[in-house]
Design a protein around this ligand. Structure first.
Ligand code: PEP
Ligand code: MG
Length: 324
């Protein structure tokens, strides 16, 4: 089985009917990046920068961050890397060298871009490091936990100001550093038409989107059964976002765990998704599955998927439409 998968290292992630699907890697470590590169990932679709900040008492300064991002970019030898700005808070707050205030309801609190905007020095240091790394290869900046258009517009203005500042200091930075929003908050999915022209690309974080859409804590085992992507409301939300992005010519990926779960590959393809971002260890399995999918047939089966009333209906659809 492994040996067979290994043969796919140099094969395209192409459906039976000849459509190329982009498989990006979610990468955190040097090993992930090397593996992503070796397995033919399109690039890095999600680099979680929290790992630079966690489990230490001092914050990484601009130089340290710059070197980490530059090495990531160089490691992917010209393939695009998508670096997410700090997503601390809620489930990612472990000794961050930041005096994170105790919050009664951290999942709904000062996390992700909210925390960055509330700590402008911290945010500026990270964005400067990211912009400097863009001189070494294609970099995209991805912003977590976007809820409002104002946040996106604010981040864009901040990037423009910092880019001008860096240039005036004599730094080289790329002409284009695309800016993307993570869709993790239902409001950001529903309000997408209002700000889609303000962003360059989208990445759907289904781990959090499921949590916030279903009001079900992603880390509470007692809810095990309720916290699931197998809900008609999630399918509708995914379909809406993917359709809108495709219609506007904006790249859209799913980067939550479901992107690396072959049980969901056919479903995501049926919804119109053509970019997946997943752990490199799952890349060959998903490629294998993609290569056995008939995209035209799945797209034709999308209306029956959208008629699903509950989990059982979705599971039925998956049984009928999933290939070995
Ligand atoms: C997500 O929420 O789906 C996501 C990819 O981000 P994280 O798991 O880091 O919250
Ligand atoms: Mg998330």
């Amino acid at each position: 089985e492994r040996r067979q998968l290994n043969r796919l290292r140099r094969e395209p992630s192409r459906t039976l009917d000849g459509v190329d699907i982009r498989l990006w890697a979610n990468a955190e470590s040097r090993e992930d990046v090397a593996e992503a590169h070796a397995l033919g990932a399109a690039g890095v679709g999600l680099y979680r920068t929290e790992f630079l900040f966690l489990q230490r008492s001092e914050l990484p300064d601009e130089e340290e961050q710059f070197r980490a991002y530059r090495d990531l970019v160089l490691g992917m030898t010209g393939r695009t890397v998508t670096i997410r700005t700090l997503d601390l808070g809620a489930d990612k707050a472990d000794r961050a060298g930041l005096a994170l205030r105790h919050e009664p309801n951290p999942a709904l609190g000062l996390r992700g871009v909210r925390l960055s905007l509330a700590n402008s020095h911290l945010f500026d240091v990270q964005l400067r490091a990211l912009l400097r790394a863009s001189d070494y290869g294609p970099v995209r900046i991805l912003v977590p936990m976007i809820t409002t258009r104002e946040e996106i517009v604010g981040v864009r203005a901040r990037i423009d100001r910092l880019a001008a500042q860096l240039r005036s200091e004599g730094h080289q930075i790329a002409d284009e550093v695309p800016l993307g929003a993570m869709i993790e908050v239902p409001a950001a999915a529903l309000a997408l038409p209002g700000y889609i022209d303000d962003i360059d690309f989208l990445s759907i974080g289904t781990n959090d989107l499921v949590q916030y859409l279903l009001a079900a804590d992603r880390n509470n085992d007692a809810l095990g059964d309720l916290y699931t992507p197998l809900h008609p409301a999630l399918l509708r939300m995914l379909r809406g976002v993917i359709r809108r992005a495709n219609a506007r010519g904006k790249q859209v990926a799913v980067c939550g765990e479901i992107a690396g779960d072959t049980r969901f590959t056919a479903l995501l393809l049926a919804l119109g998704l053509s970019e997946f971002s997943l752990h490199p260890g799952l890349l060959l399995e998903v490629r294998h599955t993609v290569r056995h999918c008939d995209l035209a047939r799945l797209r034709a089966a999308a209306p029956s998927l959208m008629r699903a009333r509950d989990r059982a209906d979705i599971l039925d659809w998956l049984r009928t439409n999933t290939v070995a």
